[in-house]
Design a protein around this ligand. Structure first.
Ligand SMILES: Cc1cc2nc3c(=O)[nH]c(=O)nc-3n(C[C@H](O)[C@H](O)[C@H](O)COP(=O)(O)O)c2cc1C
Length: 221
C-alpha cells in the first residue's frame, strides 16, 4: 500500500515542526528519511527556526519560496518535494490546526525550550504549537526532540508534563555504539530513533546486535 495514503486514498501526512533550537541537521535528516520511506510530510518552520537555519546552513527560509529554500537546505529532489506540503507558522487556519485534518502524528525537531514550554501548557502561540496541541488532544503520536543543555527545572517539569500527556521525549542525544565515523552518522542516529517511534522503516543507523565492538569491527573491515 502507498504509505502516504489512508485506506480511502486520502493523503495522510506526518507533521514536522522545526522550532528555533540549534540542530537543523536533525530536522533535515528526519524529513529526508520520512520521504525516502514513501511518507507524506506537512512542514512548519517557526519564525525563530529561520534564524537557526540561516546560522547553521546559510539558507534564508522564505514562505513564498519554500520549495527552493527547502531544496537548498535538504537537497530533496522534485519527486520528494511533491510529497511535502508547507504551511506558514503564522497560519492558524492551516489544515494541521484542526483535529479533523488527517495527520498521522507529529515530530517537533529540534524542539526549543520555548516550544517545549508552549506545547506543555497548551499555549498554541503559532501553528507549530497549535498542531502539537492538536496532536496530543487527538491522541496521535507526538515526538518532541529537545536540544538544550543544561536544562532548567522548569524545562524538566515541562518535559514531564509532555510525557504525561502522551508525547515521547526523544532528546537530541546521539549514541556512539552504532559505529558513527562522522557527524552525519550521529545526526542520522537521532533521526532513526525518531522514525523508530513513528514505526517508519529506515536504515539510518546500525542496530545493536548484542556483540561488543561489532560496529567498530564492521567500520574497520
Ligand atoms: C542561533 C540560535 C540558536 C539557538 N539555539 C537554541 C537551542 O539550542 N535550544 C533552545 O531551546 N533555544 C535556542 N535558541 C533560542 C530560541 O530560538 C528561542 O527561544 C525562540 O524563542 C524559540 O522560538 P520557537 O520555539 O517558536 O521556535 C537559539 C536561538 C538562536 C538565534
Amino acid at each position: 500500500m502507498d504509505t502516504e495514503r489512508g485506506n480511502k486514498g486520502e493523503r495522510r501526512p506526518w507533521l514536522v515542526g522545526v522550532s528555533g533550537a540549534s540542530g537543523t541537521p536533525y530536522a533535515a535528516a528526519v524529513l529526508r528519511a520520512l520521504l525516502d520511506a514513501g511518507e507524506a510530510v506537512d512542514l512548519v518552520v517557526s519564525r525563530a527556526a529561520r534564524l537557526t537555519l540561516l546560522d547553521e546552513t546559510g539558507t534564508a527560509f522564505r514562505d513564498a519560496h519554500w520549495r527552493d529554500d527547502l531544496t537548498a537546505w535538504t537537497g530533496l529532489d522534485e519527486a520528494a518535494l511533491d510529497r511535502v506540503r508547507y504551511w506558514s507558522a503564522g497560519d492558524l487556519g492551516a489544515g494541521p490546526a484542526s483535529g479533523s485534518y488527517p495527520a498521522k502524528g507529529m515530530v517537533v525537531v529540534p524542539a526549543s525550550t520555548a516550544s517545549v514550554a508552549g506545547i506543555a501548557i497548551g499555549l498554541s502561540k503559532d501553528l507549530l504549537q497549535r498542531a502539537a496541541d492538536v496532536t496530543l488532544k487527538e491522541r496521535r503520536p507526538l515526538v518532541v526532540v529537545p536540544r538544550e543543555t543544561p536544562l532548567t527545572g522548569t524545562t524538566l517539569r515541562h518535559l514531564v508534563r509532555l510525557d504525561d500527556a502522551g508525547a515521547v521525549i526523544l532528546p537530541a542525544s546521539p549514541a556512539f555504539y552504532a559505529g558513527a565515523q562522522d557527524v552525519q552518522r550521529l545526526v542520522d542516529f537521532v533521526a532513526g530513533k525518531v522514525l523508530d517511534v513513528l514505526g517508519v522503516h529506515h536504515d539510518l543507523y546500525r542496530r545493536w546486535d548484542g556483540e561488543l565492538g561489532g560496529a567498530r569491527r564492521e567500520a574497520t573491515g
